[in-house]
Ligand binder design. Structure first.
Ligand SMILES: [Zn+2]
Length: 236
């Protein structure tokens, strides 16, 4: 796995890349559990927006965010990684009150083929990252879905326990819980926000470096034809 430690190795005191659980535990020891969050960053709009909002909403108080990025497709790796690193650096630089712990994993997509494949591929390493940093005491998992995404994958009203059995979001949560063994609160703060609204709130610096296309060109340029391009490009 090519971890971009070099690219992320900045002089920022609030950024921990692949740090040992002991280091993370020590750094976050004085932060209450309610101010410790987990988020999956994909490189796309929804998660970049939710991550940035979390930092903004902290209003200067010290919070800890365990950020995880998992990639499945080699072809998208560099582009995704670039977008993720850019967003993390932006938040770490502009919100020094946020302690950011970054973990990256990869899962080969090919061997797994069924309808909830991407859910399983993401929830499993997410749970393992949480387990790795169990001593950090994360209490809240931010599910960074906007309105369109919630409608597509099961509309959520904030109480994920009410989701139908076998639905994508419920599978995600059940895998996260059963593997991590942690008592987690799952929140979907932007479930009523449209993609367009989320995009309008993103700074240009982040918007210009996103990875939302399913089939980007070798230079990372969006294809303009895939499901995500059709939703994001008109709103940029
Ligand atoms: Zn595309």
């Amino acid at each position: 796995m090519m971890i971009s430690n070099k690219k992320l190795a900045t002089s920022l005191d609030n950024l921990f890349v692949g740090a040992s659980p002991e280091v993370v535990k020590k750094a976050t020891a004085n932060i209450p559990s309610t101010d410790k969050f987990f988020i999956n960053l994909s490189g796309g709009v929804d998660s970049a927006f939710a991550f940035l909002q979390l930092a903004k909403n902290s209003q200067g108080r010290t919070i800890a965010i365990l950020v995880h990025h998992c990639y499945y497709l080699k072809a998208r790796r560099d582009h995704e990684m670039g977008a993720t690193i850019h967003t993390i650096n932006y938040v770490a630089t502009n919100y020094p009150n946020c302690l950011i712990i970054y973990e990256q994993t990869t899962v080969p997509k090919k061997p797994v083929r069924w309808s909830t494949m991407d859910v399983i591929l993401l929830s499993t390493p997410s749970a393992l990252v949480l387990l790795r940093h169990k001593t950090m005491g994360v209490s809240t998992v931010l599910l960074p879905y906007c309105l369109e995404e919630c409608v597509r994958i099961n509309k959520m009203d904030g109480n994920v326990r009410l989701l139908p059995r076998g639905s994508r979001s419920r599978v995600f949560i059940e895998i996260m819980e059963s593997i991590s063994g942690l008592d987690l609160k799952f929140v979907v703060p932007y479930r009523l926000w449209t993609k367009r609204l989320c995009l309008s709130k993103l700074p240009t610096a982040i918007k210009n470096n996103m990875c939302f296309c399913r089939r980007p060109g070798t230079d990372g340029s969006p294809c303009g034809k895939c499901f995500n391009c059709k939703r994001v490009l008109p709103n940029l």
